[in-house]
Design a protein around this ligand. Structure first.
Ligand SMILES: Cc1cc2nc3c(=O)[nH]c(=O)nc-3n(C[C@H](O)[C@H](O)[C@H](O)COP(=O)(O)OP(=O)(O)OC[C@H]3O[C@@H](n4cnc5c(N)ncnc54)[C@H](O)[C@@H]3O)c2cc1C
Length: 245
């Protein structure tokens, strides 16, 4: 973990869903950026003479490149949203990190259930290689539940769907609160992510659950899990809370 700030240079910014951009940076000093899948960085930018800080989860798989990839969901009138959405290739921004404890650790559950809304799914994209290793080494199963309004809002859908196609122990479900595709895709489910819990036959003895993204979803899902015997020991949570300034 590093509180020291360093400069990043924007390599690419592209829209990956309505009002969501994938940003790819490299360190200006050329050093590699080491992190554990599931961690986040802080970005710093000036707004009306004040230095503001916002956190963003790392979306890429560590070790595959020196890139620092993030997914940014646009918040109307949001200060970081405006700043980051308007960054151009070659622009610089200050960063520190990595931080965060939404990571895969020593535990060896029979099943990981990874639950997210919106950009909260980026930590799970970053974890795909490590999950693949664990599915192989410990025979663990993995279920990824991503919540969005419509199928077009599902982030990195092709990555998750093709990963699930190649790994029989991994299931991916895109849970849409509004419309499904016509015709429906096999991975689509109607409703909220936590509505899928019942079909999973949750078992606190076997399952390790991760919750990431919208604070309301994290609280609602955690409430359902505690009703099923889960505690903070087998649920790891990260809320995308709003900054206070
Ligand atoms: C650990 C952590 C990781 C995070 N990772 C990501 C990530 O990977 N991708 C990502 O896009 N965001 C992420 N966030 C949220 C991010 O840090 C910012 O809060 C978000 O980008 C909004 O910042 P802003 O400056 O644009 O909005 P602000 O200027 O802070 O807020 C503008 C207005 O919008 C409201 N608001 C702020 N955020 C939201 C929201 N999400 N929905 C509705 N209203 C809102 C505020 O209350 C305020 O009224 C993360 C947060 C945390 C704590």
């Amino acid at each position: 973990m590093s509180r020291e700030k360093f400069s990043l240079i924007l390599q690419e910014s592209k829209e990956i869903a309505p009002l969501v951009r994938h940003l790819s940076f490299v360190r200006k000093d050329g050093q590699a950026f080491e992190f554990i899948p599931g961690q986040f960085v802080n970005l710093f930018f000036e707004f009306q003479g004040e230095m503001l800080q916002r956190s963003y989860s790392l979306a890429n798989i560590p070790g595959q490149s020196n890139d620092i990839e993030l997914a940014l969901s646009y918040v109307s009138d949001g200060r970081a949203s405006d700043y980051l959405f308007n960054m151009m290739r070659g622009n610089e921004i200050l960063c520190n990190g990595p931080f965060g404890r939404l990571t895969l650790r020593e535990e060896q559950p029979k099943r990981y259930i990874l639950v997210a809304t919106g950009t909260g799914v980026t930590p799970y994209r970053s974890m795909l290689m490590e999950l693949s290793k664990r599915m192989h080494d410990t025979q663990a199963e993995v279920v990824i539940l991503q919540g969005a309004r419509t199928p077009e809002d599902l982030l990195y859908r092709d990555d998750f769907v093709s990963f699930a196609d190649k790994h029989e122990k991994l299931s991916f479900y895109g849970c849409c609160s509004r419309a499904l595709s016509n015709p429906e895709q096999a991975y689509e489910r109607k409703g909220y992510v936590q509505d899928q819990f019942e079909a999973l036959n949750l078992n606190p003895e076997n399952d390790m659950v991760f919750l990431c993204g919208n604070p309301n979803m994290v609280d609602a899902a955690y409430a359902k899990l505690t009703e099923n015997g889960f505690t903070a020991k087998n649920v790891r949570r990260e809320k995308y809370v709003h900054a206070s300034h």
